[in-house]
Design a protein around this ligand. Sequence first.
Ligand SMILES: [Zn+2]
Length: 432
Amino acid sequence: MKILLSSVAISFATVACLGQATVASGPSVVLHATRMLDVSAGRIVSPAEVLVEGERIVSAGTGITRPAGAKVIDLGDVTLMPGLIDAHVHLFLHPGAEDLQTVEESVPQRTLIAAAAAKADLLAGFTAERDMGTEGAGCADAAVRNAIDSGLIPGPRMRVSCNAIDILGGHEDAIGYNPAQHVLSNADYANSTDDLIKVIREQRKGGADFTKVYETGKDSIHDGVFKTPFQYTEAQLAAAVAEAARTSGGIDSGRGIVVHATGEPGTGYAAAAGVASIDHAYQLSEATMKAMHDKGIFAVPTFAIIEYFAEHAATPAQAARYRAELAYHAAEFKKQIAAGVPFAVGSDVGPFPHGTQAREMEMMVQYGMKPADVLRADLINGSKLLGWSGHIGELKPGYDADIIAVQGNPLEDITVLKKVSFVMKNGEIVKQ
Ligand SMILES: [Zn+2]
């Protein structure tokens, strides 16, 4: 993401077991813990056990039946919960000037760094992520996703987008360099509806699951007034949404159009066009909030990155600008919650260290959302946005066994999400 650089410049049944799911057979493991999070009900079940066979959850609750010969792992005084979801990450970015990474580091080098980032996120408890653009590394994210899926390297299950899409001279177009040096854009150019459709097709051929479009920037804020130009019209975005829907073949697999959009009128154009999520979403008009509520379009706030940039700004004036943006967004976030805008959780990690992004959920609580709602946004809405609804995000029979343990009760203290002591992904223990 570039907003900142540029603005400077289970439902568990009450107590009993939830029944048995038919799953592929595999070694049986029973995870035992003091507590378990019932995400949809927003409550704790205690004590708790989850029976995992192979890659799937077979049963979860207080009174499950332990099959003969099952391996029992007593995790003790922890809370079992579904693996966390980060709907806005950049595996191909690390702390430091973003544009210079794409200029100075080769794509093979950045791909290896991305593999390390994927591992760091997984060990922090993030078992599913949406990578919001490689920032100049093309479809190298598809290779990382495939390497994870085939078991070559550890990492979350991924939805990837290749490069983001941007207009000539737009928000992500290597602004600030001598044009005569022809520094490459971090995004793929599209300057018309035809271009958008062509680039979407090229990226899908390269392995993209979904498409990220830069819809606004660069941002400015003066005396509490936030402004940002739009990049594509509503009609252009609608054409992109239609093309993405065509490629999905009617299957909901997280294959939509998502936008980087910080404010009006771009946020409104995106909502009207029917995108899957509006990321950053500082400024949403009443009409935009209503459209997002009615259509189920998720806002992904990305607070943590702004805080990090404010704390690591080069000058006091830059820091003040980031803090003004954060204060503006926090105030708007309260209005968005009140208006019933659906949220997913995305941190924009990459420009700040991978594996530390549970901070995003702390900030959402700090800015007015209840912990149970933040957890539902992360797990239930996140699974929908990534096209894995019914597979991840809850601990239910038949779901994929993405399970973590945290040391404490996240409904009482959201900061425990930073203390992940156990991680299982797809039935495989990756941290204990
Ligand atoms: Zn981003």
